[in-house]
Write a protein that binds this ligand. Structure first.
Ligand SMILES: [Zn+2]
Length: 636
């Protein structure tokens, strides 16, 4: 009895000591990576008297590091001194250490006079769990510590956020470009204050502890060879919700359930079949007590077996005596009957003993060639073999053609085949080029030479081409097409504009699309305070944009074209446009300037902002659009 009592007291003391220690170290067990922005050769923004953003970022990060360590957190820094570090290197560090939270620390600058200072917190837009919670708390704490009521939180897709495996935040604590703020940032008080605000926000975010997910992934990427998969994971709490997102996006459903008999062990699975490809699965988890997990990112490599596939000869038959490369189009399917986009070694066996070895294209459609000797007299039996299995088979007839026989190919200047061109020939006959630019047509003997009228897909000039048969039955023309604009062909151009600009924008979109550009329309809502934020977020999620053109209406006196303050392609475009418009009679005057618009310099793409004043001659916008289209087409 007595003994039991003592044991109880001891246990009580141990528990009390344990919780006491926990209160002193509220962030024990939480790992945080701090990333002071810029550094070394890159000073970042520079204040009016020369204070470097890189130095301020580092000082805030050091204060924050010490505060968080005092709270028990395990803190790492991407840089400890004034050293150069690329964005990619920062992400690699995050990937190596996989912290629970990654915080990139920056300070803002504006070329426009900003009257009020404010903090701006960006959270990883694809993480609606921990990143968003931390971001919201940081915004609140910045306001509480006097960083202006204007402090805002914005979902964003900056490089260090988008490519980060951890929950991630980018802070722009204040505007270093405001003289009074710059002065404050030199004294230290503003730095410690900011560090304190960020610390409080982080503590608040982890007050219920972190929801820890333990998912055992035996290999990275995880190799999957069936259309359905299961991921087993355990958690330290009860899971109420799993938010999953697959990139590249597929029409895909996911679900999870609890495994019976074991505590907090779950199964996560897909509810619609997967197709072959490389994916990244991002998951955030929520527990029943409302705490969020860090992001879990799993790379998946889905390689489904090949099922019955198709070999389609480019011509309906082989002309007897044909000597040379005869193209066939291979379309590969999986067992669900969907395109099986896998790159694998394949062999095409044809005739008695011939074969072609090749690797299938990653998009599921591949052009392979039979090397014909001209001696083929019967059907050419053709089969495609992958993994020692025949996945497709066809017989290609050999015949003496009763009409003239053309097996041609359309290519671009880089030698790639051009698909989808419409070719008119003879009288009212039409053919369309296949995936690798190959086409077949035939026409009666009574015609000798024949004209091909080529209507190419967007991006290339229409062209007439004379096929000179020189009495031959079979001709193999190779036709090279000229691009309308080498600078626009295949480029991705985003156009940001309010809906009211729609008619005008259409006049720009048309010639750009005709020149082979891909257009991404990003709407700027007119009634919102910062419509650019949403548009820039979408631009960032789009990735790989080559150019952003943003249209606005402002009170200013003349048309203004603004570009990135360090010049580059945006400035060249602005200057070329202004030069071109000055040649109008009477000249249209356009002011070009470095701009502080949010969409400039927040996407990684070249961006220009074109703003129209409220008052201007009514034909100016259309003139500008016409000149802009021409400048974009001819290059700048
Ligand atoms: Zn910065």
């Amino acid at each position: 009895m007595k003994r039991n009592k003592i044991a109880l007291v001891v246990i009580f003391l141990l528990v009390a000591a344990g919780s006491f220690a926990q209160n002193l170290k509220p962030l024990k067990g939480i790992s945080i990576m701090l990333d002071p922005g810029h550094g070394g050769t890159d000073p970042g923004a520079v204040g009016p008297t020369g204070l470097k953003e890189s130095a301020v970022n580092l000082r805030v990060a050091r204060y924050l590091r010490d505060l968080l360590r005092a709270d028990g957190a395990d803190v790492m820094m991407t840089r400890e001194g004034d050293t150069s570090l690329s964005l990619g290197e920062r992400v690699i560090l995050a990937d190596k250490h996989r912290p629970d939270l990654f915080v990139s620390i920056h300070h803002n600058a504006s070329l426009k006079p900003v009257l009020k200072n404010r903090g701006e917190i960006y959270y990883n837009a694809i993480d609606h769990g921990l990143s968003r919670i931390v971001g919201r708390n940081m915004t609140d704490e910045l306001i509480k510590l006097g960083f202006g009521d204007e402090s805002i939180i914005v979902p964003a897709g900056f490089f260090v956020l988008r490519n980060n495996p951890s929950s991630s935040i980018l802070t722009e604590g204040s505007y270093i470009s405001i003289p009074a703020v710059e002065k404050g940032l030199k004294t230290g008080k503003a730095l410690t204050n900011q560090a304190e605000a960020l610390r409080r926000a982080i503590k608040e975010s982890f007050k219920d502890g972190i929801l820890r997910i333990n998912m055992v992934i035996p290999e990275e990427p995880l190799k999957i060879d069936t259309s359905y998969f299961n991921l087993i994971f355990s958690a330290n709490k009860n899971i109420s919700r799993v938010h999953a997102r697959l990139t590249p996006e597929k029409d895909m459903g996911f679900a999870f359930d609890k495994l019976p008999g074991v505590e907090n062990v779950y199964r996560f699975y897909n509810t619609a079949p997967m197709v072959s490809g490389n994916y990244e699965l991002q998951m955030t988890f929520t527990s029943t007590d409302g705490s969020y997990s860090a992001r879990t990112r799993v790379k998946l490599q889905v390689s489904l077996p090949f099922a019955k596939s198709i070999i389609k000869p480019t011509a309906p038959f082989i002309a007897e005596g044909f000597k040379g490369r005869f193209p066939v189009e291979i379309t590969l399917f999986d067992e669900q009957g969907k395109l099986n986009a896998r790159s694998v070694p394949a062999s095409l066996i044809y005739g008695e003993t011939s074969s072609t070895q090749a690797v299938t294209a990653a998009n599921g459609k591949t052009t392979l060639y039979l090397d014909l000797t001209g001696n083929e007299k019967q059907n050419v039996e053709t089969s495609l073999i992958i993994d020692k299995k025949v996945v497709a088979k066809t017989d290609i007839a050999v015949k003496v053609p009763s009409r003239r026989y053309i097996l041609g190919r359309l290519i671009s200047s880089d030698g790639n085949g051009i698909q989808g061109a419409r070719i008119k020939y003879a009288i009212n006959s039409t053919t369309i080029t296949g995936p690798d630019g190959h086409f077949y047509c035939d026409y009666p003997f009574i015609y000798g030479n024949v004209k091909l009228s080529i209507q190419p897909p967007p991006g290339y000039k229409t062209q007439d081409y004379w096929v000179r048969t020189a009495g031959e039955l079979v001709t193999l023309p190779l036709v090279k097409l000229t691009p309308i604009s080498a600078g626009l062909l295949g480029k991705r151009v985003a156009i940001m504009a309010p809906m009211s600009f729609d008619n005008l924008i259409r006049k720009l979109v048309k010639p750009l699309m005709a020149a082979g550009a891909e257009i991404v329309r990003l709407n700027l809502p007119e009634n919102q305070r910062n419509p650019e934020y949403q548009a820039v977020l979408e631009a960032n999620l789009q990735q790989n944009l080559d150019l952003i053109i943003s249209f606005k209406r402002e009170v200013a006196g003349s048309i203004s074209v603004r570009h990135y303050h360090r010049g580059g392609k945006g400035k060249r475009l602005a200057d070329a446009l202004s030069f071109s418009l000055a040649a109008e009679q009477p000249p249209v005057i356009v002011k070009t300037a470095a701009g502080s618009d949010y969409e400039i310099g927040h996407t990684g793409a070249t961006a220009v902002v074109i703003s129209f004043p409220e008052q201007m001659p009514p034909d100016y916008p259309e003139k500008l659009i016409a000149h802009l289209a021409r400048v974009l087409q001819t290059g700048y």
